[in-house]
Design a protein around this ligand. Structure first.
Ligand code: HEM
Length: 569
């Protein structure tokens, strides 16, 4: 047996050799275990190949490593070594490689933590995974994507605000690669990868030419009266879909129909009747299903092996199928609308979003059509899921609901349209919605690629780093909001004494120049829906709401919400 003395007197070179070899062996061991347990032969072969390549690289580079001159080592190594040196400065700014995180394997990075049978997280519980990572590793966590591309998760409120305050001309959001890949292969339909995925000047051109109509208060206010009729129809649909216990089972299904009808109303400038009780709604179901499949395929492609780049795997096939279904259905709606506008005089005083887009001279017709399709698809599940979250919270908090009801009663007499002027003054309803955005946003984080270096939690992040700003988890942190897990709409009212209060961290629509262009419209649609529903019903929710990650946050269905009539006075 080796004594302590013998051990410490082992030549330096030998010690460093063991330091190099052990983690490599661990990695190869992990890869082999993964290959055994992962599903599908393609995945097994891919991972085994990685293990073999990794082994070869390490064998051929070991000699070079052991002969390495310590004076020529990289800064990263120097910094890491300085941690163990006697004159260490703990407040010294550290490198990105020193950010803690799960074990990063070659090529596949830390993605293995989501692999079925090997990792310890599930992709459809992604939001819980990030919570757990923040507990295990702290306020800043390093993950590595495929080809060891670093992704830094930021949980600290101050750090998130630091990034939000960076003055960025062309904010970069990591593109959804699988969508770009598909769109660039369909030159007949797309000239680029779309507003959501484009970057730099091309993004700016699309943003400036496609979104002014969507974001204009003139357009949105002009449609407020029509939005009133959409909400009235929704209230009727709720009544119709209740069972004998006044409960709507699968509320999420009709909530998505509200998302689709209201977005079509704004974008196409006409009612599509997706909320009619006698509507068979097969089209809506097909469209909503395709949009959901699209979200899931995007998520699965981001977390699974990137084999879709080389052959059409399941995620890619699902994506193509859903993109085509969405495109075909919405194209028909657009063509139908154009035809009807030709035949009959328009009954709306304001121009619909699609008309302002079609008028745009600087764009190719493919870009215009793709944008209109994307806008309509963007409103279905985002609005639907948010409405589920809002009504579920209302159903669980009778006192909050009572105050919403009282305010809603003041907005207009029963059966009358709510005027936009009155809606603007509905402070409690707005505060309630803001509070639900904080507690359950549909977008739990915001992604950016840094265009300049930044120092976060004492780590220097170079330009080009991908950061995930976990606004949802920061919003649930007591450091940023007092009684952070409770529903307290009052904290958003003027002169509120609830401290701490960090309003910038509640960003369900993102921030800066890349903020969601649908925000203004969505805010109004949701305010009106909450006002009208609270005037008509007492809402209650028995079950707990379970959240799922479907690229955006979604309720796990079926969502059961009860609506008891309030007799008219
Ligand atoms: C509850 C409803 C919605 C939520 C929570 C939501 C959320 C978001 C978020 C978080 C982003 C990323 C922003 C960023 O990176 O800073 C975004 C982008 C976007 N959203 Fe929405 N959205 C909603 C509805 C809509 C609607 C109705 C439309 C269209 C009519 C729309 C169109 C877009 C577009 C085009 C982008 C990309 C903007 C760009 O990159 O310049 N969204 N949305």
């Amino acid at each position: 047996m080796m004594t302590q003395e013998e051990n410490t007197s082992r030549p330096m070179e030998q010690v460093s050799e063991w330091k190099i070899r052990l983690p490599d062996l661990q990695m190869i061991g992990c890869l082999v275990t993964m290959a055994v347990f992962t599903n599908g032969w393609a995945n097994k072969i891919f991972i085994t190949t990685l293990a073999v390549i990794h082994g070869f690289i390490k064998i051929f580079t070991r000699d070079r490593n052991s002969n390495e001159n310590p004076d020529t080592r990289s800064d990263t190594n120097t910094n890491r070594n300085s941690e163990t040196s006697p004159d260490v400065h703990y407040d010294q700014v550290k490198t990105i490689d020193e950010i803690p995180g799960p074990l990063a394997l070659p090529f596949i990075g830390t993605n293995w933590i989501f692999y079925r049978g090997v990792g310890y997280y599930e992709v459809d519980r992604n939001h819980e995974a990030y919570h757990d990572l923040s507990i295990r590793y702290g306020q800043i966590v390093r993950q590595e994507s495929y080809w060891n591309y670093k992704i830094i998760s930021v949980f600290n409120g101050k750090d998130i605000e630091t990034i939000m305050k960076l003055n960025t001309k062309y904010p970069l959001r990591p593109p959804q690669d699988i969508i770009s890949h598909y769109r660039l292969s369909r030159k007949d339909r797309y000239t680029n990868s779309g507003l959501v995925n484009e970057q730099g000047r091309e993004w700016e051109k699309l943003r400036n030419s496609l979104t002014p109509g969507l974001m204009s208060s003139l357009t949105i206010n002009g449609f407020f009266s029509s939005l009133n009729t959409v909400t009235d129809d929704f209230v009727e649909l709720i009544k119709y879909r209740r069972n004998e216990n006044d409960t709507v089972v699968s509320f999420e299904e009709i909530a998505c129909r509200f998302g689709l009808e209201s977005t079509c109303m704004l974008v196409l400038g006409r009612r599509m009747n997706f909320l009619k009780t006698d509507s068979t709604s097969e089209l809506t179901k097909k469209l909503a299903k395709a949009v959901r499949t699209h979200f899931l395929a995007t998520r699965d492609a981001a977390y699974g092996l990137p084999t879709w780049k080389y052959y059409a795997n399941a995620a890619y096939k699902n994506l193509i199928q859903s993109e085509e279904t969405i495109y075909d259905i919405i194209s028909d709606l657009i063509n139908q609308t154009i035809q009807e506008n030709k035949d009959v005089a328009q009954d709306e005083a304001v121009e619909a979003v699609f008309q302002s887009i079609l008028r745009e001279k600087t764009l190719d017709h493919r870009d215009k059509k793709a944008a209109i399709v994307d806008f309509i698809a963007a409103g279905i599940h985002t609005i639907g899921n948010t409405l589920c979250f809002l009504l579920h919270k209302m159903g669980k908090h009778p006192e909050v609901q009572r105050q919403i009801h009282e305010e809603a009663q003041q907005l207009a007499p029963q059966r009358c349209e709510v005027p936009i002027k009155e809606m603007r003054n509905a402070k409690y309803i707005k505060a309630f919605i803001q509070e639900v955005y904080r507690l359950t946003p549909t977008a739990p984080d915001i992604a950016r690629i840094l265009d300049q270096s930044a120092t976060l939690s004492n780590h220097e992040l170079p330009a080009g780093t991908v950061v995930l700003l976990h606004t949802w988890l920061a919003g649930l942190n007591e450091e940023n909001f007092v009684h952070a897990r409770e529903l307290i709409p009052e904290r958003w009212l003027e002169n509120s004494s609830y401290q701490p209060h960090s309003p910038h961290l509640v960003a369900p629509f993102g921030y800066g120049r890349r903020i969601c262009p649908g925000k203004r419209f969505v805010d109004q649609a949701l305010q009106l829906a909450i006002a009208k529903i609270s005037r008509a019903f007492v809402v209650s929710a028995e079950d707990e709401l379970v959240l799922k990650s479907e690229y955006i946050m979604a309720p796990q269905g079926p969502v059961r919400i009860s609506f008891r009539d309030i007799p008219e006075t």
